[in-house]
Design a protein around this ligand. Structure first.
Ligand code: AMP
Length: 287
């Protein structure tokens, strides 16, 4: 496995692979790798000749009062995990390599960032799109793998890729969970043991919402109210948002038809965690 800290080195490796006609699968991450990340890596390894993982905590996607400084970093164990998983190259630039001067060019996907995390994290998706576009230009993969866990990110990156004609297939991968249902996240490492136990409320509220929808509830307001009530019963939890949005436009819906994304962002103590599920109805309103 090659470790590339410099863009020039990464580009040389890619050039050599491309000259041999090898396909490249790319998994962008911020590191502190867990089984969720590794499920993307495994899929990339199945579907491509070569796998590149990037590990970069991207400063421009964090707000001024967010956790950029304390975001967990564990490069040496991440490299070991990648090596054992058969990753061919890890791209792990430092901030100066990615942003040598004050950047003046940014990538912005309009409208899709107006709700959900985009509402409470202004400029977050501009930072995500900008770094993903830069990584796409450096790595030129055939396929890039993103988790459904960050559903809004997946929708926005997909739209950026098609609108800007990146010749890259975006692959959506399912959410990996702990045994009790908590979605795996690098930020779970911030939780105390009481908070870790409390955090399961996010998954149970989503499961209750799913059960309501399966029983025929079609009012988004009722679904959201039920989720809020359940989450607020947990003293360590505070709702950032619970939303039911159209899965394509990410605009809030009132009446549930077609395919919707039910999503939540919840503070467990000081740690903000997100989770979601997709619910589909056909044209006749059947599940
Ligand atoms: P991050 O390092 O948090 O930026 O995540 C890197 C990629 O891994 C993103 O595409 C995430 O959606 C994905 N990911 C994070 N957690 C999970 C999970 N629990 N299951 C599946 N994919 C995940």
């Amino acid at each position: 496995m090659v470790k590339a800290e410099k863009i020039t080195k990464m580009r040389e490796i890619i050039k050599e692979w491309k000259s041999k006609g090898l396909t490249i699968g790319f998994v962008p991450t911020m590191g502190c790798l867990h089984e969720g990340h590794m499920s993307l890596v495994e899929r990339a390894a199945r579907e491509n000749n070569r796998v590149v993982v990037s590990i970069f905590v991207n400063p421009i996607q964090f707000g001024p009062n967010e956790d950029y400084e304390k975001y967990p970093r564990s490069l040496s164990s991440d490299l070991e995990k990648c090596c054992s998983a058969g990753v061919h190259a890890v791209f792990c630039p430092n901030v100066n390599e990615m942003y040598p001067d004050k950047s003046l060019a940014f990538v912005n996907v309009e409208s899709l960032d107006e709700n959900l995390c985009g509402k409470t994290r202004p400029n977050h998706f501009r930072g995500v799109c900008t770094v993903v576009a830069k990584l796409f230009n450096i790595i030129s993969p055939d396929r890039a793998y993103f988790g459904q866990k960050d559903a809004q990110q997946l929708a926005i990156v997909s739209k950026m890729t098609s609108d800007l004609n990146f010749d890259i297939e975006i692959i959506s991968c399912p959410i990996l969970r702990e045994k009790d249902g908590l979605a795996l996240s690098s930020r779970n490492s911030y939780l105390s043991s009481d908070e870790r136990a409390a955090a399961v409320v996010i998954y149970s509220a989503l499961e209750s919402a799913k059960a309501l929808l399966k029983r025929g509830e079609r009012s988004a307001g009722n679904v959201k109210a039920a989720m809020k009530t359940e989450i607020e019963k947990q003293p360590l939890a505070a709702v950032d948002y619970v939303e039911v949005v159209d899965a394509k436009t990410l605009s809030p819906v009132e009446k549930i038809t077609g395919t919707v994304l039910v999503a939540a962002a919840v503070y467990i103590g000081k740690t903000r965690l997100i989770d979601n599920f997709i619910f589909c109805l056909d044209e006749g309103g059947k599940q």
